[in-house]
Design a protein around this ligand. Structure first.
Ligand SMILES: Nc1ncnc2c1ncn2[C@@H]1O[C@H](COP(=O)(O)OP(=O)(O)OP(=O)(O)O)[C@@H](O)[C@H]1O
Ligand SMILES: [Mg+2]
Length: 347
């Protein structure tokens, strides 16, 4: 009997020591693998963009500086965007994603500003993995394919937010998108900090993301309102966001295109409707001078400036105050004149 007890004790000690070793081994393996993962992550993020503060700068002061230096005649857009972003980043755990919609005639700076925002928010700027740019006309050309597009877009946004909550999504030429497509976005824009993905059965956090829509819808209303305020003697510098915001939302909702009767407007998930005012001659002149300066023609002569201005058309009648194409096309015209100038010098 004593012998059995002895064997039993020996066996128990043996099993316990094996178990202890196994536990030690598993603890060591776990520690080692988490250390390896930490090192891999650290090494990886040293050379590759990651969803961390190192790469996501959110530098609003820099954006403010860039807008002050480079954006002409858009003080409402400038102030609105800076205040919106500051407020958003200072709100701990915002209840929703930040959603802005930029409206205005061509060449007034909508795409230009979006690029500056990306440059200030991400170290890699517009090349960041977390900056997504969709073009309504090119990416979603066919109304009949809307169901396919909806699914694709939903998946794309879910996947992107899974990779990085602090992603930025820009939808350009929203007016050229199939009607109803933007409704797919409402769950991502709405007042929840997260929603549950039906496909992956997991939570997707969306309250740190930024969505920006760009379009020409509401432009007619902006031009009309600006001209009418001007006729009543109100200075451009004294105009406020409130003078335009409701007009734009109503205009966009009723115009054909991506916003037409859209849930994004009806459900009030767009936080700011930002007007980009049509540019006056004084602003286009600044664009022209800058374009010349960038090509090493400092202080261009008046006839050179006039030459470029003559290619722009100003409207609407009777005052013809605003450039119909803003500062668009100026770059190319300037390049042609500078080329001509250097050719005539060399001959
Ligand atoms: N307000 C502005 N201040 C300074 N430069 C401007 C301004 N607006 C436009 N520009 C210049 O004109 C170019 C074209 O502008 P941009 O592409 O931003 O126009 P847009 O408003 O997006 O027009 P569209 O509605 O046709 O897309 C810019 O790259 C920039 O060089
Ligand atoms: Mg544009």
């Amino acid at each position: 009997m004593k012998c059995y007890i002895y064997i039993f004790l020996l066996l128990s000690i043996f099993i316990i020591s094996i178990q202890c070793e196994l536990i030690t081994f598993s603890v060591a393996t776990a520690a080692l693998s988490s250390f390896a993962y930490y090192m891999y992550d650290k090494y990886n993020c040293e050379y590759q963009e990651c969803c961390t503060d190192k790469y996501i700068l959110s530098d609003i002061d820099r954006l403010n500086y860039m807008l002050t230096a480079n954006l002409y005649g858009q003080q409402i857009a400038h102030e609105t965007i800076i205040n919106a972003l500051r407020g958003y980043f200072h709100t701990h755990n915002s209840p929703k994603a930040l959603v802005m919609s930029f409206h205005g005639t061509p060449g007034t700076g909508k795409t230009y500003v979006v690029q500056m925002i990306a440059t200030a928010l991400y170290k890699e700027g517009i090349h960041s993995k977390y900056y997504y740019f969709f073009n309504g006309r090119n990416d979603y050309p066919l109304q009949r394919k809307i169901d396919e597009y909806k699914e694709e877009l939903y998946e794309k946004i879910s996947e992107s937010l899974r990779k990085c909550e602090r992603s930025m999504f820009v939808f350009d030429e929203v007016d050229k998108m199939p009607e109803g497509l933007l409704n797919t976005l409402v769950p991502f824009l709405d007042y929840h900090s997260y929603h549950k993905s039906s496909k992956h059965n997991e939570f997707i956090y969306q309250n740190k993301a930024i969505f920006i829509f760009l379009s020409n819808t509401g432009s007619a209303q902006i031009v009309r309102q600006l001209a009418s305020l001007w006729e009543r003697g109100k200075k451009r510098e004294d105009m406020r966001l409130q003078d335009f915001e409701k007009l734009i939302a109503d205009g966009a909702f009723n115009e054909k295109g991506g916003f037409h009767h859209s849930d994004t407007i009806q459900t009030n998930v767009i936080d700011y409707y930002v007007p980009f005012l049509p540019l006056e001659e004084v602003h286009t002149r600044k664009c022209i001078v800058r374009a010349f300066t960038e090509r090493n023609v400092i202080s261009p002569k008046e006839d050179m400036i006039q030459e470029i201005l003559s290619h722009l058309s100003f409207g609407p009648k009777p005052h013809n105050l605003y450039s119909m194409s803003g500062c668009k096309r100026i770059e190319l015209k300037t390049a042609a004149i500078v080329e001509n100038l250097s050719n005539s010098k060399s001959t």
